[in-house]
Design a protein around this ligand. Structure first.
Ligand SMILES: CCCCCCCCCCCCC/C=C/C(=O)SCCNC(=O)CCNC(=O)[C@H](O)C(C)(C)COP(=O)(O)OP(=O)(O)OC[C@H]1O[C@@H](n2cnc3c(N)ncnc32)[C@H](O)[C@@H]1OP(=O)(O)O
Length: 235
């Protein structure tokens, strides 16, 4: 699951446990609940969110074992991830993913749904694994990748070679903001970046609205998630 703590003006959302942090409805609901708590807090002058994870994984992607038994489960899992990504895109503060372990497929999409990705050098791949596991990525994944990875050759490498990118490879390719030695230094750098952004004193609502303009194509591609109201009611 996940925990939420606040250090000064920085909200720290941690995916807890030493598992693969597979994105099933339970974990996604836990993350969305934490984001709702962030939104409910009185908006201090400005804040930032750092998302991090314990163990060897940031997130190893969708929980295929949970989903493969039925189409409704697959649809629910996909719908909840879309809702989560929409909520990250509209969150009224800068967001930073501190990736200190592997981020695969939907897990990479979760990381890239943050404004900044800081990544640990010696452990962890950014890895769109769909080709390797015989799945086709959803259109909206590609729309997000296009917004986040400017170079078409790199996007092709990521999707059509299922490249396992280390932090340094991802930094050279402009996918991550910076690469760091060790998990602790990665998290510390993410928090420092958050503090630097908070010092700018932006209006969080204006920040969120501008991010929605920047990622307009992603929001349009996701559209209204089927059963959004119903799914929301389940949370
Ligand atoms: C078929 C199912 C039907 C269901 C259909 C459901 C449909 C749902 C809708 C459709 C969705 C389509 C889009 C899909 C989205 C998804 O999310 S699907 C799920 C995706 N997830 C995966 O595919 C999992 C991928 N993960 C892996 O393959 C592995 O976990 C890993 C990421 C490759 C990590 O390997 P692992 O062995 O687990 O870990 P490690 O031991 O940590 O690392 C392996 C070796 O690599 C070395 N290493 C690690 N990091 C680094 C580094 N930064 N630099 C250098 N080396 C590194 C590490 O030391 C290991 O080395 P060795 O010890 O020498 O092996």
């Amino acid at each position: 699951m996940c925990t939420l703590e606040k250090r000064g003006d920085i909200y720290i959302l941690t995916l807890t446990g030493s598992d693969e942090h597979r994105l099933n409805p339970t974990l996604i609901d836990s993350i969305r609940s934490a984001l709702r708590r962030v939104r409910a807090e009185p908006a201090s002058p400005s804040s930032a969110l750092v998302t991090k994870a314990e163990g060897r994984f940031f997130s190893n992607g969708f929980d295929l074992a949970w989903a493969q038994s039925s189409q409704p489960r697959r649809e629910l899992m996909s719908a909840k991830l879309q809702l989560l990504v929409k909520e990250l895109i509209s969150l009224p503060m800068p967001t930073i993913a501190s990736v200190t372990g592997h981020a695969s497929a939907a897990g990479m999409i979760l990381a890239l749904s943050h404004d900044y990705v800081l990544m640990r050098k010696e452990r962890g791949f950014l890895y769109m694994s769909e080709l390797d596991i015989g799945l086709v990525l959803p259109d909206w994944f590609m729309v997000l990748l296009k917004c986040k990875i400017g170079d078409a050759r790199v996007r092709s490498e990521v999707v059509l070679t299922a490249a396992k990118l280390t932090a340094e490879m991802a930094a050279v390719r402009g996918i991550v903001h910076s690469a760091h030695d060790g998990a602790e230094k990665t998290v510390e750098a993410a928090i420092r970046l958050g503090q630097d952004l908070v010092k700018r004193g932006w209006d969080g609502n204006v920040y969120g609205k501008n991010r929605m303009v920047v990622l307009k194509e992603v929001l349009e591609k996701i559209g209204t998630v089927p059963g959004e109201a119903k799914t929301m009611s389940k949370l």
